[in-house]
Design a protein around this ligand. Structure first.
Ligand SMILES: *[C@@H]1O[C@H](CO)[C@@H](O)[C@H](O)[C@H]1NC(C)=O
Ligand SMILES: *[C@@H]1O[C@H](CO)[C@@H](O)[C@H](O)[C@H]1NC(C)=O
Ligand SMILES: *[C@@H]1O[C@H](CO)[C@@H](O)[C@H](O)[C@H]1NC(C)=O
Ligand SMILES: [Zn+2]
Length: 498
């Protein structure tokens, strides 16, 4: 008992002391001056973010050359101002301030990244990045069944084929077409991107742009931990991979899917092989316990895209969180417009002003988008929750965190219990076999994503660190996808694109 009390007492003192000390010191003239400095600078920064995201959104929801130019000009102008601020902070003693909050703000605002480049180089970098975005957003391919119809976009046309076609030749066609047409024109821009980020790293005194990225995790051991975690997961992934390969061989025969080796990525229902659950009907462990088709039920009940977002909004409110503001409904782009080109890849936006938050996404009514809607609304809710913070803190504490917030929420939304609660399925209690089916389905998206995400990061780190010669950029990527994920392109070697 006695020891316990002493521990409690010590804890209380330890908790109290630093707080008391910091209170005392915070009143010093230099801390007050620093507070004032960062208050003003955060307000300027907030305005810059506001302007950047407005022009970025304008481009993303209306992909034209004029909008692209307008966006990169705003970025370039603001980069100069960010650079000036960083120089001012470095010339001051804010980074050594006795006040932890000031030290942290100073540290964050003096990390420059690409803004360290001179104005011309910075503009060239933004030009390379946005050119890749434009190309990705606007690329179309020719139809397998009608080669003179070359108007098929990734979302929704090609994805629809990858999800529903079971003809390996057709699947390989779309995979190759899309990679040739999206990858080949990017090569030069990607090389420019690598060259300029290397230059920025040198200016900042980082060994590489990978080191610049990794430091945001604030853990010098981050990469080793990442490797160790992946290694731990690998045996489980191998089992999943082996089972899926076996079921694919049953379906397609040994010529298309041999017993050993990699799975041709075009068979997996997703352009990057990052999620395999479009093919659930081929793999269901207990086919006699079929999944209830939520999409059919949605159609029967007259679901609209608007309704999906309203359901999401209600869900967050039921957790005691904030309702979506009226401007969200006015200013979001929730379906693919037919009068302009848009970047369809779903994204959630914070405009750093008056709770202005929006989603841009080419939503359709099915269970995949039901999930994505909740995921994106997770980002939105996070924006709303931290909007009182100074601009420098209005972001995730590390690059992984924002995605986790949305996914944690979205995962529970997909549970049978919740689907029953909103009237999409009748039975919210699963028996053992249905439960295994359900878990298997989760694994096909959540576990399968990990070797993909891991390979992409390892690849980018290797490119940034110059560990892969430029002539090896393409085949290096596929070596990693093969080594970590056991998948390969339908035709190999894939020379033309990236
Ligand atoms: C798209 O942007 C262009 C400017 O590049 C503008 O003229 C056009 O009105 C915009 N379209 C829509 C629908 O906003
Ligand atoms: C093939 O596509 C072209 C161009 O869109 C169209 O004019 C033609 O009617 C299509 N042919 C068939 C058989 O659908
Ligand atoms: C949303 O649009 C309506 C109709 O166009 C308008 O009356 C309202 O002021 C807008 N609200 C916001 C928050 O922008
Ligand atoms: Zn996300």
């Amino acid at each position: 008992m006695g020891a316990c009390n002493i521990t409690v007492l010590l804890l209380v003192i330890m908790l109290w002391l630093p707080h008391g000390l910091s209170m005392g010191n915070s009143c010093s003239a230099s801390v007050l001056e620093a507070r004032r400095f960062f208050e003003l600078e955060n307000e300027q920064l907030r305005r810059r973010f506001h302007e950047e995201f407005l022009s970025g959104y304008n481009y993303n929801t209306n992909v034209t050359e004029a909008n692209r130019q307008a966006m990169i000009e705003v970025y370039a102008r603001n980069a100069e101002l960010n650079k000036r601020l960083a120089q001012q902070i470095k010339a001051s003693d804010y980074i050594q301030s006795e006040d932890a909050d000031i030290r942290r703000q100073a540290e964050h605002l003096s990390k420059l990244g690409a803004s360290a480049l001179n104005a011309d180089d910075y503009l060239a970098l933004q030009n390379a990045i946005s050119s890749m975005q434009t190309n990705y957003a606007t690329v179309t391919v020719c139809s397998y069944t009608n080669r003179s119809d070359c108007s098929l976009a990734l979302e929704p046309h090609i994805q629809e084929r990858l999800s529903h076609s079971r003809d390996p030749a057709e699947l390989a066609w779309y995979w190759r077409e899309w990679h040739d047409k999206s990858g080949t024109p990017m090569r030069q821009n990607f090389a420019e991107y690598v060259r300029l980020t290397r230059k920025a790293s040198q200016l900042n005194g980082h060994r590489s742009y990978a080191d610049y990225w990794v430091q945001f995790y604030e853990d010098p051991d981050f990469e080793r931990q990442l490797d160790a975690t992946f290694k731990q997961l690998l045996p489980f992934y191998r089992q999943l991979h082996g089972y899926v390969r076996f079921r694919l061989r049953q379906h397609y025969g040994p010529d298309v899917m041999p017993a050993e080796g990699n799975i041709p990525i075009s068979l997996l229902g997703n352009m990057w092989g990052q999620s395999w659950n479009e093919l659930l009907d081929l793999f269901t462990p207990y086919p006699e316990k079929p999944f209830v088709d939520v999409k059919d039920e949605m159609e029967k009940q007259g679901y609209t895209v608007q309704k999906l977002f309203e359901l999401g909004d209600q869900f967050f409110q039921s957790l005691g969180m904030r309702a979506l503001p009226p401007s969200f409904w006015n200013l979001s782009v929730l379906t693919r417009p037919d009068d302009r080109q848009v970047v369809c890849h779903a994204s959630a936006w914070d405009f750093y002003q008056d709770s202005d938050v929006r989603i841009k996404m080419c939503t359709e009514v099915d269970s995949h988008y039901f999930y994505v809607v909740h995921h994106e609304l997770g980002h939105i809710q996070y924006y709303l929750q931290y909007e009182q913070q100074p601009a420098v803190y209005r972001g995730a504490p590390n690059p992984g965190f924002h995605e986790a917030v949305g996914d944690v929420i979205a995962l529970s939304v997909m549970s049978a219990k919740h689907l029953k609660a909103i009237g999409l399925i009748e039975n919210g209690r699963l028996d053992e076999k249905s439960r295994i089916n359900q878990l298997f389905k989760q694994a096909l998206s959540k576990i399968v994503f990990l070797p993909f995400g891991y390979a992409v990061d390892k690849y980018r780190y290797a490119v940034f660190r110059n560990e892969l010669d430029e002539s090896q950029w393409n085949c290096g990527f596929w070596q990693m996808r093969s080594e970590f994920g056991g998948v390969e392109p339908p035709v190999f070697p894939h020379r033309k694109g990236l």
